[in-house]
Write a protein that binds this ligand. Structure first.
Ligand code: CNA
Length: 278
């Protein structure tokens, strides 16, 4: 249930109060959690938005259930749906959004500690967020391995195969090759596990464009300390954000909302300028 008592750290639950706090000395370590909603404006569908989300459009792939596209057992039997989807999501075809650039500005202004992303489109890097500030919690297309013998596979060959929606097999054992995207039931990358404890020192958390339904990622929102304001920027309510005194829920398109925050911070021109460079 939404918390309706007074705030404790922020003056109020609005953009002006968030920005006032961001400008104070109390706010040094900002963390960001991103989901597919940050990339929809780039033309990449999210999973769950009715009508446009990937799950509503997977019928043509003849999946037994939508999540099967990211299920390792299903992949082992029928890898083509994943390859088809991979072709649509493959990095290099899309331009970062204003929201990705906003995260870059947080880094430029020495506020960003870590950006945890569920996305596999690498648009955070493309926007110029420093690599050491990004945790790709669900992996990326940067590397690929045989699912049987775990041998690494050449990136250029993988890219070419995905372009042609062709099944790729390991030259050594004949096993299927899969980009290092984390499938349901697979462990998250070691960097994720190592970085998660830093959330205990967070001064501010932005949660942007995610339905907060995929675990363990979704549980990160609960790891920041009580005095850390949590700001949800999303089309709809998500997770437990709104349940703490200093939670702020800003509903709408994330690009519109970050533009408003940037305006209040005095970063409006910088935001547009940096975005134009992407
Ligand atoms: P999701 O469950 O599809 O949720 C997306 C959320 O974003 C929803 O709550 C939407 O209402 C919201 N949303 C959509 N567009 C906007 C917008 N313009 N502004 C604000 N909010 C918006 O996706 P999650 O990321 O929560 O689910 C986790 C999955 C999705 C991860 O494993 C990802 O790997 C996976 N995914 C990634 C991509 C990508 O890399 N771009 C694309 C599709 C799915």
């Amino acid at each position: 249930a939404p918390y309706e008592g007074p705030t404790e750290v922020l003056e109020g639950r609005d953009v002006r109060s968030i920005v006032k706090y961001m400008k104070s000395k109390e706010c040094r370590k900002v963390f960001v959690m991103l989901g597919a909603g940050v990339s929809t404006a780039a033309g990449i569908p999210d999973f769950r938005t009715p009508g446009t989300g990937l799950y509503s459009n997977l019928e043509r792939l003849n999946l037994p259930y939508p999540e099967a596209v990211f299920a390792i057992n299903y992949f082992a039997e029928n890898p083509l749906p994943f390859y088809t989807l991979a072709r649509e999501l493959y990095p290099g075809r899309f331009r970062p959004t204003l929201t990705h650039t906003f995260v870059k500005l947080l880094a430029d202004h020495a506020l960003l500690d870590t950006c945890f992303t569920q996305n596999i489109d690498t648009l955070e890097r493309r926007a110029g967020v420093p690599a050491h500030r990004i945790v790709e919690a669900h992996g990326s297309f940067a590397d690929q391995h045989c699912i049987e013998c775990k041998r690494a596979f050449d990136g250029a060959q993988m890219k070419a195969a995905i372009e042609r929606a062709e099944i790729v097999r390991c030259g050594e054992c004949g096993g299927l090759v899969k980009p290092d995207i984390v499938f349901f039931g697979e462990a998250l990358p070691p960097l994720f596990e190592r970085t998660v404890p830093k959330l205990r020192e967070a001064d501010l958390l932005f949660v942007i464009g995610t339905s907060l339904t995929v675990h363990p990622f979704a549980a990160l929102t609960g790891l920041v300390p009580a005095g850390c304001p949590r700001v949800l920027i999303n089309m709809e309510r998500a997770g437990d954000i709104g349940g703490r005194p200093d939670d702020v829920v800003l509903l709408g398109r994330c690009d519109d909302i970050v533009r408003e925050i940037a305006q209040e911070l005095g970063w409006a021109d910088e935001l547009e300028r940096e975005w134009a460079k992407t």
